[in-house]
Design a protein around this ligand. Structure first.
Ligand code: CMP
Length: 141
C-alpha cells in the first residue's frame, strides 16, 4: 500500500553538490515527490525535529550541523515508502552501509551522513507535517 516517508538531503550532501543525484535516485526508485523545499533550518527548528535525541551526547553536534547550511526537505510517497527509503539510504554509519546506498556514496561519518529517513509510517507523517502543510503536498498517483 502507498504510504509516505520524509527525507532530508543534509547540509554535507548539499554542499558537495549531490542534491541532483540524490533526487534522480529518489525518482528512479519509484518515489513520487509530494513536496520539496530547500531551506536553512534554524537551530530551534532542528532541535524540535530531533527532540527525541535531546538527551543524547551528540544532540548539540547534530543540531549545529543540521542548521549549518542548506537542506532539501522531501515528502515522499511510494508503496512501502518507509522501508524502501531506509533500504536505499543504508545504515546510519556510512562505513557500515551497503555499497550503492546513498549514505555509502555521499556520507562521511555517522553525523555527516548525507540524508535522513523516517523510521516508521507514523513518524513519517509527523515529520512531513513538521515542515509542510497539507496544502503544500501534491499527489499525482
Ligand atoms: P538521522 O537519520 O537524521 O537521525 C538521527 C541522526 O543522529 C542520525 O541520522 C545521525 O546523523 C545522528 N547521529 C546518530 N548517532 C550519532 C553519533 N554518535 N554522533 C553524531 N551524530 C549521530
Amino acid at each position: 500500500m502507498n504510504n509516505r516517508t520524509f527525507a532530508i538531503i543534509k547540509p554535507d550532501a548539499y554542499k558537495k553538490g549531490a542534491s541532483g543525484k540524490i533526487i534522480d535516485r529518489i525518482i528512479e526508485e519509484g518515489f513520487e515527490i509530494m513536496g520539496m523545499k530547500s531551506i536553512v533550518l534554524t537551530k530551534e527548528k532542528a532541535e524540535g525535529f530531533y527532540e527525541i535525541h535531546k538527551d543524547k551526547s551528540f544532540f548539540n553536534e547534530l543540531t549545529e550541523f543540521m542548521s549549518s547550511g542548506k537542506c532539501v526537505l522531501l515528502a515522499l510517497k511510494r508503496d512501502n515508502a518507509v522501508n524502501k527509503w531506509r533500504e536505499v539510504i543504508g545504515s546510519t554509519n556510512p562505513d557500515e552501509a551497503d555499497s550503492g546506498t546513498i549514505r555509502k556514496l555521499f556520507g562521511s561519518n555517522t553525523g555527516n551522513n548525507a540524508v535522513h529517513g523516517s523510521d516508521s509510517k507514523e513518524n513519517g507523517n509527523i515529520e512531513i507535517l513538521y515542515f509542510f502543510s497539507e496544502n503544500e503536498l501534491f499527489e499525482e498517483n
